[in-house]
Write a protein that binds this ligand. Structure first.
Ligand code: SF4
Ligand code: FES
Length: 250
């Protein structure tokens, strides 16, 4: 395949960025999108040019690092996959592909396509963990958990913290991410002890990081590579208001 790539280039967080156009030839349809960028970077290095900086790690759809906005969509045109799982057969020979970094005030661009997502880490640090001593490993059935709740907790735990929900949202809201992290613990008995403090701390941290408000457009759920449900946002709101009025609500 022969392609034209319009790639956002930005020297550092203080510089003004701009699109730069690259032509690339003989790309196999079986290549992944990131392999295609690797090939382009090898060409650039061979020409003594600065390679395009982008994030990736596992390249298996697990770590959430590969954050690219491709043709106006986080992670590109396919449903429920990350960029590392996207293959060039999704595109056509001769296509022009626009590649940008996540755009949100709370995710400042560091260089080219790399953004700083440490705001997500600080939200997790604020309460996205079980901080009480839960003792040794209990027998498998010592803590009864209804199957429906265990399934919902597992579904919420599928969030990989990629930030596509923020990138997709016109308000750059982090509600889907935070609600997944709140839900995965709030649904389980082990997370119950710190439930009130957790949701309050995580929502406060989210707000202080500069993420926007949720206006229920649903763009986050539509672009989430792990299919995280909007119902988690409703659950987080219930948790938050219950914490605020000092009562508990399942
Ligand atoms: S909710 Fe989905 S889109 Fe948002 S960080 Fe988690 S996996 Fe990524
Ligand atoms: S590189 Fe890990 S999810 Fe894409």
């Amino acid at each position: 395949m022969d392609l034209t790539l319009k790639v956002w280039r930005q020297k550092d967080s203080k510089s003004k960025g701009q699109f730069k156009e690259y032509k690339i030839s003989n790309i196999s349809e079986g290549s992944s999108f990131l392999e295609m960028l690797d090939i382009l970077n090898e060409d650039l290095v061979a020409k003594n040019e600065d390679p395009i900086h982008f994030d990736s790690d596992c390249r298996e759809g697990i770590c959430g690092m590969c954050s690219l906005f491709i043709n106006g969509r986080p992670h590109g045109p396919e449903e429920e996959i990350t960029v590392c799982q996207l293959h060039m057969r999704t595109f056509n020979d001769g296509d022009t592909i626009t590649i940008e970094p996540w755009r949100a005030k709370a995710f400042p661009v560091l260089k080219d396509l790399v953004v700083d997502r440490s705001s997500f880490e600080r939200i997790i640090q604020a309460g996205g963990h079980v901080g009480v001593n839960t003792g040794g490993i209990p027998d498998a059935n010592a803590i009864p958990i209804p199957k429906e709740k265990a399934d919902l907790a597992m579904d919420a735990a599928a969030c990989i913290g990629c930030g596509a929900c923020v990138a997709a949202c016109k308000n750059a809201s982090a509600m889907l991410f935070v609600s997944a992290k709140v839900s995965q613990l709030a649904l389980l008995p082990q997370g119950n002890a710190e439930r009130t403090r957790r949701v309050t701390a995580m929502v406060n941290q989210m707000d202080s990081e500069g993420f926007g408000a949720c206006t229920n457009t649903g763009a986050c759920e539509a672009e989430c590579p792990k299919g995280i449900s909007l119902s988690n946002i409703a659950r987080m709101n219930r948790e938050y208001y219950s914490a605020k009025i000092g009562s508990r609500q399942d």
